[in-house]
Design a protein around this ligand. Sequence first.
Ligand code: FMN
Length: 190
Amino acid sequence: MEETPRALFVPVILGTVRQGRMSLPVARHMVAELARRPGVETELIDIARVPLRTDDAGQATKDPTFSSRMERADALVVVSPEYNHGYSGLLKHVLDSCLKEYIHKAVGVVGVSAGPFGGTRGIQDLLPVLRELGLVTIFWDVNFSSVQTVFDESGRLHEQAYLPRIEKFLRELLWMAKTLRHGREHVALE
Ligand SMILES: Cc1cc2nc3c(=O)[nH]c(=O)nc-3n(C[C@H](O)[C@H](O)[C@H](O)COP(=O)(O)O)c2cc1C
């Protein structure tokens, strides 16, 4: 009898602590999209709830719960709002707290901005950081521009044009997650 393959674990990291953050409905929507896919488990990781000290940096600040989530993850979705044409400093502080947990795992970025560019400038700066952490970036992003107009008051996505973009992004991310898991488990680094 064939064993049922283990579910892929793909948490969504909400990359801001800002009060009133619009990245929250975006992250919740990505969690819902992942959760309805067979063979995928997900979870929202809110960086505001990762208890990291700010008087140190890097792996010295590691939080055991965040670290174990990263260890278990096969891929990450990072929801990254654009702040002054960059990414959130606290997002980087949290990401920097782990290293070996990320190696040879897939990552996709969802940019969020109030302006028209959907967080692209922040994404461009975040990509080399993710690469340096050992993550493998995919070639699609999702860009939520004018995010304040995209969700209704109850936090539901009413701009349907995002759905096919999210579908394309997640298909690629899950393919990369499966491929890299196969590689981690079966292909030796010689
Ligand atoms: C410090 C700061 C800088 C920002 N800079 C930009 C920016 O460069 N471009 C932009 O489109 N929006 C900018 N915004 C607005 C955010 O894109 C907006 O808050 C958006 O809703 C996404 O982030 P949120 O999750 O914080 O809501 C900035 C917001 C803050 C708090």
